[in-house]
Design a protein around this ligand. Structure first.
Ligand code: MRU
Length: 333
């Protein structure tokens, strides 16, 4: 991804990579104010970085987890124990579990830990590029698009899932406009998606989450979101607020696409009601920058994700092509 660094130079950086025996990543909690790079030398530190959202977004969580497994192997930690530690970091994003199991198999087959983790991260980027190509075919010049949360390069090592078709459309000379909903309470839409769109020079506006229906009623041509876990029947979990958008899109006849690599499809989970939804701390809702803004005595609920039923999905944009919810079984690896 393009990022203007502190010295003013534009660099091409990834969200997570491996360097000099360490897992290195952008601390996504510091954006857009600062591009802070942090590095970790143990799998438990990487698990904590996933838990506290230094790194986030399903495919990027997967790549970070792969590097965590790599560190466990290099540090001669029991890899089954490390796998359990890393899997306990967050419950919803399927890529976390997919990546840890993928690494376990490679390590048990005697593969070099760094090469295996690097190839996992590289393969995500290649998949995102393919998602960009397939998604770009759906975008026409002059379209107004909407997305939610951050399913960009930060969420996927590089390129993005939902943002990949937008990047590809922009790079191929199409003029597009993107509404990025702010995504309370962690503000990934405002702080991360808008940051990425800015770096790429893609015309956009941040909108409050509650303004989505208003702008859809004024004219949105297509919605593209990412996913954290897609069940075998096409129901999918994504950032809280996605479900609302899908319902409103149906009301206005707006095509609603989900962009995700095959590593986000959990064919062992039958329907969306079987997906575990992470509940995060109340303080993410009641406080801003550590200062309580809610009345003392009020409690808050903070589900990180919701489940959108397959019937509201126009199609899944994957590295293997675009599939209707009824067709996703054919993707099974
Ligand atoms: O809690 P987060 O920031 O990890 O949630 C991220 C999302 O919900 C993204 O939309 C999803 O992971 C898709 S990322 C390509």
């Amino acid at each position: 991804m393009k990022a203007r660094m502190e010295d003013g130079k534009v660099s091409d950086i990834r969200a997570v990579w491996f360097d000099n025996g360490k897992c290195v990543m952008i601390d996504q909690r510091e954006l857009p104010a600062a591009i802070k790079i942090v590095s970790f030398g143990t799998h438990t530190e990487v698990a904590e970085a996933i838990r506290n959202m230094t790194t986030r977004g399903a495919p990027c969580i997967g790549a970070s987890a792969a590097y965590g497994m790599c560190l466990a192997a290099l540090n001669k930690v029991d890899i089954d124990k490390a796998a359990a530690d890393i899997k306990a970091a967050r419950p919803t994003a399927y890529d976390l579990f997919y990546a840890v199991d993928w690494m376990l198999a490679k390590l048990k087959a005697g593969e070099d830990p760094v090469k295996a983790a690097d190839s996992y991260a590289d393969s995500i980027v290649d998949k995102c590029k393919a998602i960009g190509r397939y998604g770009n075919e759906l975008i026409r010049d002059g379209m107004t698009l909407m997305t939610h949360c951050n399913a960009g390069a930060l969420a996927t090592v590089d390129v993005g899932t939902a943002l990949a078709p937008m990047r590809a459309a922009h790079d191929s000379g199409k003029k597009i406009f993107v509404y990025a909903s702010e995504t309370r309470p962690r503000l990934q839409g405002m702080q991360l998606t808008a940051w990425e769109l800015n770096q790429e020079g893609i015309d956009h506006a941040i909108i409050p989450d509650g303004a989505s229906a208003y702008y859809m009623s004024k004219g949105v041509d297509m919605i593209i979101v990412g996913a954290d876990r897609i069940a075998a029947n096409g129901d999918f979990a994504n950032k809280i607020g996605t479900f609302d958008k899908a319902i409103v899109a149906k009301r206005f006849g707006i095509p609603f696409y989900v962009a995700a690599p095959v590593s986000t499809f959990d064919f062992n989970t039958r329907t969306g009601s079987d997906i575990v939804i992470e509940q995060r701390a109340e303080t993410e809702v009641t406080e801003i920058s550590g200062i309580r803004i809610a009345p003392v005595g009020s409690k808050a609920l903070n589900p990180a994700f919701d489940v959108t039923p397959a019937e509201l999905v126009t199609g899944f944009i994957t590295e293997k092509g675009v599939f209707a919810p009824s067709e996703i079984g054919s993707m099974k690896e």
